[in-house]
Design a protein around this ligand. Structure first.
Ligand SMILES: [Zn+2]
Length: 484
C-alpha cells in the first residue's frame, strides 16, 4: 500500500540510501539458520533477536581501519561474482544500532514528504488493514530498528555495518549491500529512486530489480562452497510465509511485513529468471532497459513484450468529501496483490491482481477528515470482474476483525459471497470508523472510494454514506475538464 510506497522508498534505502531491511527475508526462507545466526548466538529464526543485543559499549566496535579492509575484500569478491567491476572504493564504518536507527529516521523524515507519509497511514486505515491506533511512521521505524543489519549510503559512498552483526550474517549483509554499491556506481541508483510524485509503481519495479539483483548475488556467495547458484534453487524455497514469520516484528500489521518482503521475493524471481536464460549479462541488460512497472517484474513475458502501463488522468474530487488532494500515486500490480492477500489466499490474490493495466490513487484531506479515490484499469472485462470480486471480499470483511498469529484475518469472506454481493456491478458497506467502502465496475475499470472519515489520535468516525461514495466512484470514469 502506500505502506508499500514508503517501504519502497525506504527499504529502497537499502538500495539507495536509507537502509537495507537486511538480507534476512531472502535468507531465512532458504534455511541457513545456524549459519545466519553467526557467532552472536542469536537465533537465526528471529530477526528481532539478532537486532536487539545492546550494542552500547559492546566490545565489538571495531576500528574503522578493519572495517575498511573488510569492506574492500568483500567488494572485490562480490564484484567478481556479480561480473560488475567496482569503479571506485567504498568506505566502511561500524556503527551502533542506535546510530543506525537515527540515520534511518533521518532518511525517512527528509527523503519522503511528511504529507505523503501521513496520507499513506490514512490509506492503510481506510482500507481496513491497520487499526485506528496504528502510527505509520512509528511502525516503519519499528521494523527498521529490528531488521536492519547494515546499509550502503550513496551520498557518503559508505557501507555502514551494525556493531552487533557478525559471522555469516555479516558476510551476507556485506555481499548484499555492496551489490547496491555497484548498482549505484554503474546505474545511479540514488537518482533513480529519489522520491517522485506518481512514480510508486515504476520505482517499485526498479526497487525489486535492485533487491533481486543484490539478493541473487548474495545467495551465490552463501552457497559458493556447495557450487550452487541462486537460479538453481527452486523458487518454492523462497517461501513467502516463511519469510514473513522470520520478520516477526510484534504489533506490525501483516500488510506492512508483506510489503517489506515483496521487493526481495518478486525481484529475486525476476532476476533468477533473467539469469537462467542469459546469466549476469541479462541482468545488466535489464538495468539498461528498466522494467516499466511491477507488472513487468511479475510477468517476464510482459517485460519482454514491453507491455506498458496505461496512464490515467487526474481524478475528479467530490463535493461530498474533502477536495484538497494531498497525495497521488500509481500503486501497480504488486501493491494490488499485497492488498488482496489481506482478504484471500495468496494464489487467488495473485490472479485477481494480474491483468492490471494501470491505476491512479488520490488521497484527499482537510485536517482530520480523509477520503481516498482509486481508479484501476484492467486489460479486459473478465480481469476487472475478478478484481471486483476481490475487492468485495475486503468490503464485506467485518470491521476490526480479529487476526491470527500471523496477523491475517481469522477468516476470509468466501469467493461465492463476494460474487453474490456484486451481481449489480457494485458493492458498498458503511463502516462506523472508516466510512463507506465502495467499489464499482465500469467495463474494464474499477472505481474505489474509501471514506470520508474523521480520524485523530483519540478516535475515528465515519463521515459519509454509500450513496455519495457510489456516486463518486461512477464519476471517476468521466474525463475531468482540462486544467488551464
Ligand atoms: Zn537490499
Amino acid at each position: 500500500m502506500s505502506a508499500v510506497r514508503h517501504w519502497l522508498t525506504l527499504t529502497l534505502g537499502c538500495a539507495l540510501a536509507a537502509a537495507c531491511a537486511n538480507p534476512q527475508p531472502s535468507v531465512a526462507p532458504i534455511a541457513i539458520p545456524a549459519a545466519a545466526a553467526g557467532s552472536s548466538g542469536a537465533s537465526g529464526s528471529s530477526v528481532a533477536e539478532t537486532a536487539q543485543p545492546s550494542s552500547i559499549g559492546a566490545p565489538t566496535m571495531r576500528p574503522d581501519a578493519t572495517a575498511e579492509a573488510t569492506v574492500a575484500r568483500a567488494l572485490s569478491y562480490v564484484s567478481r561474482l556479480r561480473e560488475l567491476d567496482a569503479t571506485e572504493p567504498v568506505k566502511g564504518r561500524v556503527i551502533t544500532r542506535d546510530e543506525m536507527v537515527s540515520r534511518v529516521e533521518h532518511s525517512l523524515d527528509t527523503e519522503i514528504p511528511p504529507a505523503v507519509v501521513k496520507a499513506s497511514g490514512e490509506i492503510l486505515f481506510a482500507l481496513g488493514t491497520v487499526p485506528a491506533s496504528f502510527d505509520y511512521r512509528l511502525g516503519l521505524l519499528q521494523v527498521m530498528r529490528s531488521e536492519l543489519l547494515g546499509f550502503y549510503e550513496p551520498h557518503e559512498k559508505t557501507m555502514f555495518i551494525g556493531a552487533d552483526v557478525r559471522g555469516q550474517e555479516l558476510d551476507a549483509t556485506l555481499w548484499h549491500e555492496l551489490v547496491h554499491a555497484l548498482q549505484d556506481q554503474h546505474y545511479g541508483l540514488e537518482k533513480l529512486l529519489d522520491f517522485q510524485d506518481d512514480a510508486g509503481d515504476w520505482q517499485g519495479a526498479v526497487h525489486a530489480l535492485a533487491e533481486g539483483d543484490a539478493t541473487s548475488a548474495m545467495l551465490d556467495a552463501l552457497f559458493a562452497d556447495k557450487h550452487v547458484r541462486a537460479p538453481d534453487l527452486p523458487d518454492k524455497m523462497m517461501n513467502l510465509q516463511n519469510a514473513l514469520s522470520a520478520g516477526s516484528v510484534e504489533g506490525v500489521p501483516a500488510i506492512i511485513k508483506r510489503s517489506v518482503v515483496a521487493p526481495y521475493l518478486d525481484g529475486l524471481s525476476f532476476v533468477n529468471a533473467l539469469r537462467r536464460r542469459g546469466g549476469w549479462p541479462a541482468v545488466t541488460a535489464a538495468w539498461q532497459r528498466l522494467p516499466a512497472s511491477t507488472e513487468q517484474v511479475l510477468h517476464l513475458d510482459k517485460y519482454d513484450a514491453h507491455e506498458a502501463p496505461e496512464p490515467l488522468p487526474p481524478l475528479v474530487a467530490s463535493s461530498s468529501a474533502p477536495t484538497q488532494a494531498v497525495y497521488s500515486d500509481v500503486y501497480g500490480e504488486q501493491t494490488l496483490r499485497i492488498l488482496f492477500e489481506e482478504w484471500m489466499p495468496g494464489r487467488a490474490a495473485r490472479e485477481a491482481a494480474s491483468g492490471w493495466a494501470g491505476d491512479r490513487l488520490t488521497s484527499y484531506s482537510d485536517g482530520d477528515r480523509t477520503s481516498v479515490a482509486w481508479r484501476i484499469r484492467y486489460d479486459n472485462e473478465a480481469a476487472a470482474l475478478n478484481g471486483l470480486h476481490a475487492f468485495a471480499r475486503g468490503v464485506l470483511a467485518p470491521e476490526d476483525q480479529t487476526t491470527d498469529a500471523s496477523g491475517r484475518l481469522s477468516e476470509f469472506v468466501s469467493a461465492a459471497d463476494a460474487e453474490r454481493a456484486t451481481r449489480t456491478g457494485h458493492v458498498c458497506r458503511e463502516r462506523h470508523t472508516r466510512g463507506p467502502f465502495a467499489v464499482l465496475r465500469h467495463g474494464r475499470e474499477l472505481g474505489v472510494i474509501l471514506g470520508p472519515f474523521r480520524r485523530n489520535s483519540q478516535s475515528a468516525v465515519s463521515e459519509g454514506q454509500c450513496s455519495a461514495a457510489l456516486g463518486w466512484a461512477a464519476a471517476l470514469f468521466t474525463q475531468p475538464k482540462a486544467a488551464h
